[in-house]
Design a protein around this ligand. Structure first.
Ligand code: UD1
Ligand code: CA
Length: 451
């Protein structure tokens, strides 16, 4: 069986945050969730996440996605793996992964699973121009790894080695667990290092293989907010490239932000400064113009969304939205609609082939099909304590500058005259006028001007 142990118990002091390090997000998905998903994609059937600092937060967020092992106190990476007791008697290959490498790919994990089949331990290494504080790799004359020396334990000469330990390993599971107990903590940090297994296995005549990472961006660890931003950029590049390969057009991919769980279709066109977050879906032929922010939005085919904000809402096929529209809280816009500038919908169903083109607030409403909502219409849905619904039936015409005071129903093909404040239901086919009758004062205009 293929297993994976994710080490995520550390606080991540350099993040300067109360949140455990692995709960920070890269492309709107936590680092730990990225890893869980990626190891599963590579074939891991059993995933154990070792948690410690802030474990309640991680356990709550990842419930059902992984098993957990508690490490308290945190005495090093070797000690972390010792806590994953669920894996102790499993046969097969086991990945051990630093929890702070969100950009790792399933291809890399698959390669490690493959390579460990004829070895007992494989280490993913990287060659860096600036190996900074990473552990250094010492190879023997045949290219196998002899030792990994932590930076803090390195001599000046060893610090010059530029092949480093990425903190990603694959083991024969039985070899891993039968040798863990031999790890000692007599080092600069008095910690139990997982990396000591290299020497322990060498002493038993077992070879430790190195796999050199093909892409250093992929294996970069995240230790502070700068590295978090770097990981975001790397992940964003990759997500955008994947969608472009699947037929999405991006005018400027460097300024297009797409979350890890977003789904797009071919022939979608994304302009710069578009943010797609959460479980947003955009279907074929839709164009999203600049300055649009969509979070958990479902957008149908052949729509145009311009400079708008759409959250937890759905827009069906052949609609235009915006510029500057705001659709929120489970609003649903049926197909063939036009939602224009400065229009807000909250918790509203808006029927097929209707219009709401300018300066309007529609909240808690059910609007039928072929309805025209004039400019400046307001549903007055809140009395300061309770919210009420407004219903406008098929074919109704709501004139400009109308207040619909909910609860209120406007019947089929009914008309509410411009400027009205409607407080009572309007029967099917009737017209409501609720405004003061106009009075004209002859000559007063001229008189006023000449004053
Ligand atoms: C580790 C490696 C180092 C490697 C580097 C790559 C060891 C001894 N060293 O060092 O060779 O170059 O990663 O980034 O393994 N963790 C626990 N429990 C602990 C300690 C750590 O779960 O008791 C987790 C952390 O949450 C983190 C990961 O293990 O996700 C790595 O820990 P960190 O302290 O960052 O290790 P490094 O010192 O960077
Ligand atoms: Ca680290």
């Amino acid at each position: 069986m293929k297993s994976a142990i994710l080490m995520a118990a550390g606080k991540g002091t350099r993040m300067q945050s109360d949140l455990p390090k692995v709960m920070h997000k890269v492309c709107q998905k936590t680092m730990v969730e990225h890893l869980i998903d990626t190891v599963k994609q590579a074939g891991a059937e059993k995933v154990v996440t070792v948690v410690g600092y802030g474990h309640e937060v991680i356990e709550k967020a990842m419930e059902g996605k992984t098993e957990f092992a508690l490490q308290e106190p945190q005495l090093g990476t070797g000690h972390a793996v010792m806590q994953a007791k669920q894996c102790e008697h499993v046969q097969g290959e086991t990945l051990v992964v630093n929890g702070d490498c969100p950009c790792l790919t399933a291809d890399t994990f698959e390669e490690l699973y493959q390579e460990v089949k004829d070895a007992k331990m494989v280490v993913l290494t990287a060659i860096l121009d600036d190996p900074s504080a990473y552990g250094r790799i010492i190879r023997d004359e045949n290219g196998f790894i002899q030792r990994i020396i932590e930076f803090k334990d390195c001599t000046e000469d060893e610090k010059k080695i530029n092949e480093i330990n990425t903190g990603i390993y694959a083991f024969d599971n039985e070899t891993l667990f039968s040798n863990l107990k031999d790890i000692q903590n007599n080092n600069a940090q008095s910690e139990y290092y997982i990396t000591d297994l290299v020497e322990i296995l060498n002493k038993k005549g077992l070879k430790v293989k190195a796999v050199v990472a093909k892409d250093n961006e992929e294996v970069a660890g995240v230790n502070d907010k700068y590295e978090l931003a770097r990981a975001n950029q790397e992940m964003q590049k990759r997500i955008n490239k994947e969608w472009m390969k699947k037929g999405v057009t991006m005018i400027n991919p460097d300024a297009t932000y797409i979350g890890a769980d977003v789904k797009l279709e071919a022939e979608v066109i994304l302009y710069p400064n578009v943010y797609l977050e959460g479980n947003t879906t955009v279907q074929r032929g839709t164009t999203i113009l600049p300055q649009s922010f969509l979070d958990n939005a479902i957008i149908g085919k052949d729509c145009v969304i311009d400079s708008s904000r759409i959250t937890d809402s759905e827009v069906k096929d052949n609609c235009t939205v915006g510029p500057f529209a705001h659709l929120r809280m489970h609003s649903v816009v049926e197909s063939k609609n036009r939602i224009g500038n400065f229009v807000e919908f909250k918790n509203t169903n808006f029927g097929f082939d209707s219009r709401c083109a300018h300066l309007t607030y529609i909240g808690d409403s059910d609007i039928g099909s072929k309805v025209n909502i004039g400019c400046g219409v307001v549903t007055v849905n809140y009395d300061g304590k309770n919210k009420f619904r407004t219903v406008v039936k098929d074919g109704a015409f709501i004139g400009s500058n109308v207040n619909l005071i909910a609860p209120l129903t406007v019947g089929e093909n009914a008309v509410v005259a411009a400027g009205s404040t409607a407080t009572e239901d309007v029967p099917d086919g009737d017209m409501a006028i609720g405004r003061c009758r106009q009075e004209n004062k002859p000559g007063y205009g001229t008189k006023y001007k000449n004053k």
